[in-house]
Ligand binder design. Structure first.
Ligand code: B12
Ligand code: SF4
Length: 592
């Protein structure tokens, strides 16, 4: 088998979370990950597929999942035994500021001469500071790095010049930091592929199941994502993926869509191998009527059987749900309204709809076959006070009443935590939006991540709510929504009772941590260590059970059959070195 060119490593948020005593709190309750944020960016798959298409060998190693699943997993030994041309590490989400840099240090400790390459939105935001760390050689900037990283890898193998590659920040031999023009910003998303069979092929090839799963519980809940676009047409003020953030920081002045036929092809591919629900990320309604028609009719033509879920940035009208119902077997919807209060939502940047329109939309969806409707609220957003947060459960009671307590409606609330997104309007101009930002540099964020609880980790405080009030309001609203869902039967009574107990214990643990912080410095470490097991237990499924987020999955003999065929073809391809390679247009190579 040929040598691996690039190993893509995904670090846990904090290295080593197995040793630090940190109460991360409900920061990851609304995503499939644990507080280690073990999910790697989708971009790992698109980059790996693109590089392999052009003849490079790439391996994804999810260190965070390996650390979660095998308490004795020796990260240093694993990295020491790797021998690629270079290491790639994501710093896409800022909560990985600690883990990603520690992993880079380990790479350099055992492989001082191998280049360490970073990428992701946060890496792009802090590119110069990041490149100044001794353990970092290159930062590939931007939201579309498939091509620049491919060129970088070829250059590292002697084909091409480093300073010809766009979007690159790097350290020269004399230690100065150089940035090449930020000019690689593709207008569409058609030259990449979110190909899940790539991940499955690499499991077969590298004989490593656990190292490449996207998140800890993926094998039990194989949810897949499908991506309609890069960027966003909206401008929510706290979002690091808003139109503003992309324009000001990532060079993108307009959203880039994936052609609907390609999107349908991606989904057809998923349904061939994977029984889980498919979540279509980024509201495809942004692309306009023709796109929507072509996409949904395309799904109908492939007779999609996996449950499919859509995220919408504003509430669709009744005819649209009728259309979905006519063409799809099993669809669900998700909308993040953030607040029940139209004024607070407007301050957040979502003034383009009212709660009344959302309610009408929910009724229409439930009437037209929607399997489930998830409604998300957030604490900590601009102008939102604790009193406003605490009105949420009362508001929801009225909403559930309006839809006849329909159990297909699921409401959730979580905090805007741990960080304000770098690149967002609020991050750039906190006082304008009523915030104080508590950290500036990447290094300061790295230090915040090892504070004892999420209250101290947060990088902001709002004028409308102190951090203590935010913590308290977050647990309280979680408690009230949980009680409501238990009462209506949206959540089983037993599960609701467990969540209630956990919220109570989490609040006690937070108070205990505050007391330790306020007490003498000397034996703090010992006291925190004694709390570690509780801190870990009370930071997962806090404000709701994580399983409440799960949509159903149906495995069938078809999936098993296709995976078997893939297994045989992949092993044959490895044995006889049979791989189709497209020469790269710039590097012009057919190397395998
Ligand atoms: C889809 C999405 C998700 C999905 C994740 C799917 C996934 N596995 O990637 C879900 C819903 C699970 C999610 C969760 C979270 N998200 Co999110 N998410 C997005 C969203 C909407 C799109 C990102 C995307 O898919 N892009 C397309 C894919 C193909 O590209 P990519 O993964 O970004 O990778 C490319 C580049 O980033 C770069 N790159 C990435 N890694 C690396 C590594 C190397 C070595 C290199 C060279 C390049 C590189 O190159 C890749 C290929 O071009 C953006 C908002 C937006 N409008 O962009 C927010 C966004 C990225 N998420 C954000 C946040 C804060 C989170 C959470 C931390 C929220 C939370 N507290 O729970 C979690 C973290 C989850 C985890 N790691 O466990 C912020 C990030 C701000 C920041 N800079 O820190 C964003 C910008 C906006 C937001 N608030 O939602 N998210
Ligand atoms: S929160 Fe969602 S809709 Fe708003 S700007 Fe960010 S990605 Fe777009």
């Amino acid at each position: 088998m040929s040598r691996v060119d690039l190993v893509l490593l995904h670090a846990p948020s904090v290295y080593d979370f197995r040793e630090h005593s940190i109460m991360f709190g409900p920061v990851s309750d609304m995503v499939p990950s644990t507080p280690a944020f073990e999910m790697y960016p989708l971009g790992f798959t698109t980059m790996a597929e693109y590089m392999e298409r052009h003849g490079l060998r790439v391996r994804i190693v999810n260190l965070a999942v390996l650390m979660l699943n095998r308490p004795g997993f020796d990260v240093e030994a694993a990295i020491r035994d790797m021998n690629p041309v270079a290491f790639g590490i994501d710093l896409h989400w800022l909560p990985h500021a600690h883990g990603s840099i520690e992993i880079a240090k380990i790479c350099k400790k055992y492989h001082p001469d191998k280049p360490v390459i970073f990428g992701g939105l946060s890496a792009s935001h802090y590119h110069e500071e990041l490149a100044s760390y001794e353990c970092v050689d290159y930062v590939v900037r931007g939201d579309s790095t498939e091509d620049p990283i491919t060129r970088l890898m070829f250059a590292l193998k002697g084909k091409g010049r480093i300073d010809d590659i766009p979007n690159l920040t790097y350290k020269t031999r004399d230690g100065s930091i150089v940035s090449t023009p930020f000019s690689w910003i593709p207008k569409d998303m058609n030259d990449i592929s979110l190909d899940y069979s790539f991940s499955m092929r690499s499991v077969i090839r590298d004989r490593d199941m656990m190292g490449s799963v996207p998140f800890r519980d993926w094998l039990q809940y194989p949810v897949c994502a499908s991506l309609t676009s890069r960027g966003c047409t909206h401008d929510c003020v706290t979002c690091g993926g808003s139109a503003y953030a992309f324009r000001e920081h990532y060079g993108r002045d307009r959203i880039a869509f994936r052609d609907p036929q390609l999107l349908v092809r991606d989904i057809e591919h998923i349904q061939k191998y994977i029984p889980g629900p498919i979540f279509v990320l980024n509201d495809f309604l942004q692309a306009g009527r023709d796109y929507v028609g072509e996409f949904i009719r395309g799904l109908s033509k492939i007779n999609l059987r996996n449950p499919i879920g859509f995220e919408f940035f504003k509430p669709p009208a009744e005819e649209f749900y009728e259309f979905l119902n006519e063409h799809l077997n099993d669809y669900s919807v998700e909308i993040s309204v953030e607040s029940h209060d139209d004024d607070v939502r407007a301050a957040f940047g979502k003034k383009h709809y009212t709660m009344d329109q959302v309610e009408t939309s929910i009724e229409a969806a439930l009437k037209h076959g929607c399997s489930r409707f998830d409604l998300y609220f957030m604490t900590g957003i601009p102008t939102q006070s604790a009193a406003s947060v605490l009105e949420t459960a009362g508001y929801l009671e009225g909403l559930y009443d309006r839809v006849g307590n329909d159990k297909r409606l699921l409401a959730f609330s979580s905090p805007m935590a741990p960080f304000l997104d770098p690149g967002s309007r609020v991050y750039d101009d906190p006082s304008k939006y009523g915030y104080t930002r508590l950290a500036d540099t990447l290094e300061e964020h790295r230090q915040l991540l090892v504070q004892p609880s999420w209250k101290y980790i947060m990088n902001y405080e709002s004028d409308a709510m102190t951090r203590s009030e935010l913590v308290d309001a977050t647990y309280e609203v979680g408690l009230q929504i949980n009680r409501l869902k238990g009462r209506i039967g949206v959540v089983e009574p037993e599960a609701a009772a467990q969540t209630e107990a956990r919220i109570g214990q989490a609040r006690e643990a937070m108070a205990h941590i505050d007391a330790i912080v306020a007490g003498p410095q000397e034996d703090r470490a010992k006291q925190f260590a004694a709390l570690k097991a509780d801190m870990d237990r009370l930071s997962e499924s806090t404000v709701c059970q994580k399983s409440e987020l799960n949509w159903p999955a149906y495995a069938s003999y078809r999936h098993v059959w296709h995976v078997l065929v893939l297994w045989v073809t992949e092993n044959l391809a490895n044995l006889f070195n049979l791989r189709r390679v497209t020469p790269h247009p710039v590097c012009e190579t057919t190397e395998v």
